[in-house]
Write a protein that binds this ligand. Structure first.
Ligand code: MBD
Ligand code: FE
Length: 289
């Protein structure tokens, strides 16, 4: 266990941030998706955000020293590769609320900066982990259905989460490439059974620009323990969500504001470090244009 901590804790904000930034930039879809947005829309959004900043400056009488500190800090966010972290922690939750407010099915939550597509398919239900992976074992059963209750027999659940030390594979050193990342196709009846570990509370990197802001403002850097999922099925809206654990002290003050009561699990302690939990997903059919 301490052998893992030593290796994994060599990770830095710049390391995780650089990887998150590179991964995002490999997805060239970001600009493509807005290529038909009219300039009136861009004008409105950009003007509103700039005006909000100017209003804050005037109302709070922001000094040159503060303005220069902001400039230095923004430059550092980029240098540390922390724009994905900054945006996903402090902005994405509002975007997610807007994007999913029409849904009748499952509540979702933010994706965050550490998703990697195409995780190995685990037909046996076992997520990739080290032989001596630290942490309690958890067997998770559930079913994927449509909003009308019918099972979605071609659904798949992609699961990714931190290890028991709070590190994500591919973003901190020391873990196998796909550690605690897997793709789980459901069975013929839409059900799934996944074997993984219970993750630990997660502290966002504190040694980069985001950590500097958190320290300067007297905030904390914690997210509650969480499992990330993407659940998909043909003809249905992709569900991106996170699942949480009852009693976590950060469920009520998640730095990323991404906890919803519907997403808190009810795990059962089977003793000897073994847990079971039941949680299924309800997907909304895609609206026909
Ligand atoms: C995470 O693991 C996470 O889920 C979010 C939203 C931000 C930073 C790290
Ligand atoms: Fe996370």
């Amino acid at each position: 266990m301490s052998q893992y901590l030593e290796e994994e804790s060599k990770g830095t904000a710049v390391g995780a941030g650089t990887k998150a930034t590179e991964n995002f930039q490999h997805d060239k879809a970001a600009y493509e998706a807005v290529k038909d947005v009219p300039k009136e829309r861009v004008d409105k959004l950009a003007s509103r955000i700039i005006n909000e900043i100017n209003n804050t400056v005037r109302e709070e009488k922001v000094t040159y020293a503060e303005y220069n500190a902001l400039k230095a800090w923004l430059i550092q966010v980029g240098a540390d590769g922390e724009w994905p972290l900054f945006l996903d922690v402090w902005v994405e939750h509002a975007v997610e609320d807007v994007a999913t407010e029409h849904r009748e099915g499952n509540k979702g939550s933010i994706e965050g900066p550490y998703y990697v597509p195409n995780a190995p398919v685990c037909a046996d239900g076992k997520i990739p982990m080290r032989d001596d992976e630290p942490g309690d074992r958890m067997t998770w059963t559930g079913k994927v259905t449509s909003t009308d209750g019918s099972p979605l027999t071609d659904a798949k659940v992609e699961l990714w989460h931190a290890d028991s030390l709070g590190f994500y594979s591919q973003f901190a050193p020391g873990q196998p490439e796909w550690n605690l990342r897997g793709t789980f196709p459901v069975k013929e009846d839409g059900s799934f059974e996944i074997h993984t570990i219970k993750p630990a509370p997660y502290m966002i990197p504190t040694d980069g620009a985001c950590g500097k802001l958190i320290a300067a403002a007297g905030w904390h850097a914690w997210r509650p323990a969480h499992l990330h999922v993407k659940v998909s099925a043909p003809g249905h809206e992709l569900l991106t969500a996170q699942l949480y654990f009852p009693g976590d002290e950060h469920n009520d003050d998640d730095i990323a504001s991404a906890v919803k009561p519907e997403l808190i699990l009810d795990p059962q302690d089977q003793g000897n470090g073994q847990w079971t939990v039941e949680y299924g997903f309800v997907l909304d059919p895609e609206k026909k244009a």
